[in-house]
Design a protein around this ligand. Structure first.
Ligand SMILES: C[S@@+](CC[C@H](N)C(=O)[O-])C[C@H]1O[C@@H](n2cnc3c(N)ncnc32)[C@H](O)[C@@H]1O
Length: 270
């Protein structure tokens, strides 16, 4: 089965419950994806990895009652959460489905727009995944997604701290893509992959947000346990992460992070 590790991670109840704390940050990226996608009233939109659905709901508002937005997420917990939000908010023009966007033929195709906000960095065969996503677009339809820039430009992320404690990751088997927050960070490499997947008019716009937020907006409390470190190193790793996040704290209790992300747009040939 594809994306087995991702399926486990994103179906973990703690990951689902913790995601609401991240939305104060991801909400700030929504306008950048909307502007890049330029949705029109009546559009049919597919949102990949919608999580709690903040981007899907923003598109639903822009496309109006004649349009429809579908969120496709590998996590049943995220799908249930977003579906409940749609129900309680009385949003009628959205549907949330569970499935792996790398391989699923999602009902509702062809779409005018395929969009995502940090939901497309977890494919173990990214060329197959983006080829599958392109096939969901009508001729001339548009892809627009936000992902992180390179890890070196996102020093708030504790991954490099933890690398000191974890054994080196085994080499990837031929044809298996790296996954994780920075997997699409190399803009030239990602553009090349999108071209190989059949997209044209590929553009990458790089953005920086200076955020003053509660550190929970970027801190994953499950990070150390999820790394499966040798048990005798876990306490030391937690202390190193605590020291790492202390560097960003300000006297008012909030933390200041420089968040570097990028928004790709590309077209399915018309
Ligand atoms: C970093 S979260 C982003 C959530 C939301 N878009 C936001 O910005 O708040 C990544 C989301 O992608 C989903 N995801 C990961 N791999 C996926 C896959 N192969 N197919 C569909 N969804 C996937 C996860 O379950 C999770 O909801």
């Amino acid at each position: 089965m594809t994306n087995e590790a991702g399926r486990r991670r994103w179906n973990n109840a703690a990951e689902v419950a913790g995601w609401a704390k991240r939305e104060p940050f991801t909400n700030r990226v929504v306008p950048f994806v909307i502007e890049a996608a330029n949705p029109q009233p009546g559009d049919r939109v597919l949102d990949i990895g919608p999580g709690g659905g903040n981007l899907t709901f923003a598109f639903a508002e822009r496309i109006g009652a004649q349009g429809h937005a579908t969120g496709l997420d590998i996590s049943t917990g995220m799908t249930a959460w977003a579906t409940e939000r749609a129900r309680s908010g009385g949003v009628g023009n959205v549907t949330f489905l569970t499935g792996d966007a790398q391989v699923l033929a999602c009902p509702g195709a062809p779409f005018d727009l395929v969009v995502s906000q940090f939901g497309v960095m977890f494919f173990d065969d990214r060329l197959a995944a983006f080829t599958n996503l392109r096939r969901h677009l009508r001729p001339g339809g548009r892809l627009a997604f936000a992902c992180w820039q390179e890890g070196a430009r996102n020093t708030w992320h504790p991954g490099r701290i933890l690398a000191r404690f974890a054994p080196p990751a085994p080499a990837l088997a031929p044809g298996v893509s790296p996954t994780g927050p920075f997997a699409l960070g190399d803009a030239a490499d990602t553009s090349e992959m999108l071209a190989a997947a059949g997209f044209e008019r590929i553009v990458c716009a790089r953005h920086t947000l200076i955020e003053r937020v509660d550190e929970e907006a970027v801190r994953d409390r499950d990070f150390v346990p999820s790394m499966r470190l040798p048990p005798d190193r876990e306490a030391e790793a937690e202390a190193a992460i605590e020291a790492h996040f202390a560097r960003f704290r300000q006297p008012n209790g909030l933390s200041r992070f420089e968040l570097n992300f990028q928004v790709f747009t590309a077209n399915n040939p018309g």
